[in-house]
Ligand binder design. Structure first.
Ligand SMILES: Cc1cc2nc3c(=O)[nH]c(=O)nc-3n(C[C@H](O)[C@H](O)[C@H](O)COP(=O)(O)O)c2cc1C
Ligand code: SF4
Length: 494
């Protein structure tokens, strides 16, 4: 595959935005395509006639003045003439990706689409390009659903589908599709954890939903349990479900105890902000897997030390999750309505008043603002954040799209702001750079200051040789990826 998309060298020749040449490689569409055509011709002559040559082409740059689908259609025909076998349609430009400001590169998220962009987002463009071609067209972009993949091809919109992140999330997707085991497919949730700064830094692939991504060799170590044990899992969030799944698969006798009337824990909340529904597919996947296994699931059961004593398991896994941090050191007037972001997302608050102030501008606070505006729970929303910007804990593509939404809603973001006090109708604080005191009027204050672990009084249990493991947010509040990984590790280590 020759990469002629996403802002790399060849595509920078193709794009009128970056190609300002005045020689024969610049100018109109044919001239801008000359470099790509030369590359394809020379590759073809080097590899011979029977070697497949794919060309990755931006169907659109998604930047003003960049490549349009009309440009791409002309280029595709020229590449076909030059000897390309397949046109693989991409989109978006990946440069200036990590700039924090909104203005610079709005097309980054079109290259590596977060949940805000619908599944199969590039299919319409591929279809247009395909119309003028004799060679096959393939298309990438949020294809994580077997029925979508099938329809794209069956309806003649493209000849092939490119699976990028879906193959990281579940490398057996094509096999499962061929076998008709659709329910066993674990979908990519487009969270872009695999593309985040932290993962790039370690230079290995990692995935939120697939704890074995980049560590595939570990799967060889997963063996049936030599001595099946009685394992009690306290907490039916992601970590608990994942542990239950792997333990039961390996032959342990597993019971999972959840105090709510449904499993899922925080993932239920995480899927509630606008455009975040995709996250729920992970819970659905785990549920489907658990249903196939002999896991005893007890819902609506708050486990006490006495329950553990009575059950006498060999192993207790504490997966009790987390809860929102309350602002302990900030005086809060009792007359002010102060729900947590979790309470707001769960629909407990029907109206927050005209003015809402959100304490904490991490992604939970920012998504809560999006939710409040979308649901019209308040007229005016202000986010107060101590760091230099809002939602810094989100990967760049999602962050950019979320911030754009907040901008459109007119959400005010006050950064470098330290909250000092919440009175009956105001939030007081100061600018950490100048020390200047500031006051914001508020009818409600939504608390989004992070998560803390929910413990379990294991000391109260006479352990009598019981092995105890703490996993997920109960051990340390972190993210879905870490909960999935810790659940897996617990599931294969007993
Ligand atoms: C971990 C990762 C690394 C990627 N690296 C590149 C890259 O180096 N160059 C590129 O053009 N696209 C890169 N992409 C983008 C993919 O080629 C693809 O266009 C994108 O992921 C959308 O397809 P998908 O929804 O099937 O994943 C990368 C994607 C991921 C997830
Ligand atoms: S980390 Fe997220 S975006 Fe990347 S492959 Fe896994 S689920 Fe998909």
């Amino acid at each position: 595959m020759i990469h002629g998309a996403h802002g790399y060298l060849i595509s920078s020749f193709l794009s009128p935005l970056t190609n300002h040449r005045e020689d024969s490689f610049g100018g109109g569409r044919e001239d801008r395509a000359r470099f790509a055509v030369e590359v394809v011709k020379s590759v073809r002559s080097a590899v011979g006639e029977d070697f497949p040559v794919f060309f990755r082409l931006n169907g659109e740059d998604f930047l003003p003045g960049g490549i349009t689908v009309e440009d791409a259609s002309v280029t595709a025909r020229l590449l076909q003439g030059a000897g390309a076998d397949v046109i693989s349609v991409g989109g978006g430009v990946g440069i200036v990706a990590h700039d924090l400001s909104l203005g610079d590169n709005k097309s980054y998220g079109q290259m590596i689409m977060p949940m805000y962009i619908p599944r199969g987002c590039r299919v319409g463009i591929a279809e247009k390009i395909r119309k003028g071609l004799k060679i096959p067209v393939s298309v990438a972009g949020r294809i994580n659903d077997p029925f979508l993949a099938r329809d794209v091809i069956a309806q003649g919109k493209a000849d092939l589908v490119d699976l990028g992140r879906q193959m990281i999330a579940d490398p057996f997707f094509p096999q499962k599709m061929a076998d008709g085991r659709i329910e066993d497919i674990c979908r990519c949730i487009a969270c872009n954890y695999c593309h985040g700064k932290r993962i790039r830094a370690i230079k290995q692939i990692r995935c939120t939903v697939n704890p074995l991504a980049g560590r595939e060799a570990e799967s060889r170590e997963v063996k049936p349990a030599q001595i099946p044990k009685k394992v009690m899992i306290i907490g039916g969030g992601i970590a608990g479900l994942q542990a239950a799944r792997w333990l039961a698969k390996r032959g342990h006798r597993v019971s999972l105890w959840e105090k709510e009337n449904q499993v899922g824990g925080q993932i239920l909340l995480a899927s509630l902000p606008p455009q975040k529904e995709e996250i729920r597919s992970l819970l659905e996947f785990l549920n489907r897997q658990i249903e196939k296994l002999p896991v005893k699931v007890d819902l609506g059961c708050a486990v006490s030390p006495e329950t553990v004593e009575r059950e006498r398991p060999d192993v207790v896994i504490i997966a009790t999750g987390g809860r929102p941090v309350r602002p302990g050191n900030i005086p809060m007037n009792k007359k002010m309505k102060c729900p947590s972001a979790w309470e707001v997302l769960s629909g407990k608050e029907k109206f927050l008043g005209d003015k809402t102030v959100i304490l904490g501008g991490g992604y939970v606070g920012a998504e809560a603002a999006d939710f409040i505006c979308t649901q019209a729970l308040s007229e005016k929303v202000t986010i107060l954040e101590m760091r230099e910007a809002v939602a810094l804990d989100l990967e760049p593509a999602s962050r950019q799209m979320l911030l754009e939404r907040l901008k459109e809603f007119g959400v005010q973001m006050m950064v470098h702001f330290r909250v000092r006090e919440v009175t009956a109708g105001e939030v007081w604080g100061e600018d950490t750079r100048t020390g200047e005191r500031e006051k914001i009027d508020a009818d409600s204050v939504v608390v989004a200051l992070g998560t803390e672990s929910v413990g379990f009084p294991m000391d109260a249990v006479r352990e009598k040789g019981m092995k105890v493991l703490w996993i997920g947010d109960a051990r340390e509040p972190w993210g879905i990826a870490e909960s999935m990984r810790e659940g897996f590790l617990a599931g294969v280590s007993i």
